[in-house]
Design a protein around this ligand. Structure first.
Ligand code: BES
Ligand code: MN
Ligand code: MN
Length: 463
């Protein structure tokens, strides 16, 4: 038996233990969003450091830069002369959303029909444990790896990766590698592995409309008093037309047209509109919106989109006959090649200010943004990945775009002098990432780990 096969066999025999590792991490509610206990991220980092050491990684340490949430670093550099791969995943998770809507408690992992349920099971603790399991399986069964590996697990991916620049400045040499492998994206469907070749970026701002120093009785004062909720609603309504196309002037000016290759690649993918409706959790009677000249995948991967992520003005629990004092919203735009994040953010902020509702106070706070990323697939590393996924899943992968964002990719490929970034993962259309009842399809998680084992072997042969 060759080393690759030994590692695969080791993984299969020890699968139950790796699954327990994943469940252990899911029990730690490592929510990175503001207002949640940072201690959980420290606990999560420490638990991962323990697993990384047990996997056989050396120089394992927890890195914090500029007060960031903790990153975990580990390495095995025992293959002199062989290339080095930097493996990435993130250990922070999204808040649970309405807890009553979860059929199982979000931080008590539960297996049901081959799926594991819990917050962060797929996004992205599956990625963390997949990375460690593939390394452990190789090291434990053969005493080495065919190439050098470094791992970095981030603790603030879900809040925009604000400290990546600091991480790069401080640790660029430590993190230097020939290839980057990220386990944090979608498969195209169950059993259909995918290589993600582009990501949208995102810019956002918080908008507050204020009128009063405290809420008022709506009967005693309603009439002459401006209503911040109506003002905010009017402002938001101006951002898009009936079809959902953005109305901000020049916002589409820099958007790249789809290339011939893009169109061909899209055409080669199986797509079924009813399936798409189902995966999108659309209720019966709800119609799709957006730019009519583009298919859903074209819109999600190649076109910008605007979302209102949250609105707050009093609450459903506390609703009463009042005029509220202020209304708040988070507004974001997903950006695509070749949109400039700063320029887009300025266009959004300017539009909001130019359309400021009359007679109230408008405050717009822009955020740091995440850039889009797009790669060609000419580098030999993509061939190595394709072969590895074919071995792991028993079928060819498809090449896809992604509507979501990962802050790490663009700045790191730059910092590593254009090292190829290979994006794979185990989220699927049924995962419910960021929503209630998030879940991971375990058979594909297994296949992903086996693919990573083959990938090490394949990448080791690229000079
Ligand atoms: N794993 C996702 C990225 C992703 C989204 C992959 C959709 C595949 C499909 C990642 O954890 C994520 O959610 N990223 C954030 C980044 C943001 C905070 C800058 C996102 O896209 O909202
Ligand atoms: Mn993720
Ligand atoms: Mn996410």
């Amino acid at each position: 038996m060759g080393n690759e096969e030994k590692a695969v066999e080791y993984f299969k025999s020890n699968y139950a233990g790796f699954l327990e590792d994943l469940k252990g991490l899911v029990r730690i509610p490592s929510i990175s969003a503001a207002g949640f206990d940072r201690k959980n991220l420290v606990d999560s980092a420490e638990a991962i450091a323990v697993l990384a050491k047990a996997a056989g990684l050396l120089s394992v340490e927890i890195l914090e830069v500029n007060g960031s949430h903790p990153y975990i670093y580990g390495e095995w550099l025992g293959q002199k002369g062989a290339p080095t791969v930097l493996l990435y995943a993130h250990h922070d998770v999204q808040p649970t959303g309405e807890i009553d809507k979860w059929e199982t408690a979000p931080f008590e992992p539960r297996e049901l029909d081959e799926r594991l349920f819990g917050r962060g099971v797929a996004d992205d603790k599956a990625g963390v444990v997949a990375t460690l399991a593939s390394i452990a399986s190789y090291l434990k069964s053969t005493g080495g790896l065919p190439l050098n590996v470094k791992v970095i697990f981030e603790g603030e991916e879900e809040i925009g990766s604000d400290n990546l620049e600091n991480l790069i400045n401080e640790y660029r040499d430590k993190l230097f590698a020939d290839f980057i492998v990220l386990s944090d994206t979608d498969n195209y469907d169950i059993g259909i592995p995918a290589v993600t070749t582009q990501l949208r970026g995102i810019v956002y701002c918080n908008v507050t409309v204020s009128a009063l120093s405290q809420p008022l009785h709506s009967g005693a004062f309603g009439g002459p008093i401006p209503d911040p909720v109506q003002s905010l609603a009017k402002l938001i309504a101006k951002l898009s037309d009936e079809d959902g196309k953005m109305t901000i002037p020049h916002i589409y000016d820099d958007v790249a047209e789809l290339s011939k290759e893009d169109k061909e690649s899209l055409r080669s993918l199986p797509f079924d509109i009813e399936m798409f409706r189902h995966h999108s959790c659309l209720l019966d009677g709800v119609s799709l919106i957006g730019e009519k000249d583009f298919t859903p995948n074209e819109q999600i991967w190649f076109r910008p989109s605007l979302s209102v992520n949250a609105i707050q003005a009093s609450s459903r629990e506390q609703v009463s006959n009042i005029i509220v004092d202020c209304a708040w919203a988070r507004i974001s735009i997903r950006i695509v090649p070749n949109m400039d994040p700063e320029k887009t953010l300025n266009q959004l902020v300017k539009f909001l200010k130019d359309n400021a509702p009359k007679g109230v106070i408008l405050d717009v706070k822009p955020f740091t943004s995440v850039p889009w990323w797009k790669t060609d697939t000419k580098h030999m590393a993509f061939g190595a990945l394709k072969d590895a996924l074919t071995k792991g899943y028993g079928r060819d992968p498809v090449f896809i775009g992604c509507g979501g964002s990962i802050g790490f990719v663009e700045p790191f490929t730059k910092a590593l002098n254009g090292a190829p970034a290979l994006l794979i993962g185990v989220e699927d259309p049924h995962t419910n990432a960021h929503s209630w009842n998030e879940s991971l399809y375990l058979p594909d998680w297994k296949k992903c780990i086996i693919s990573l084992i083959h990938l090490f072997e394949n990448l080791s042969k690229i000079s």
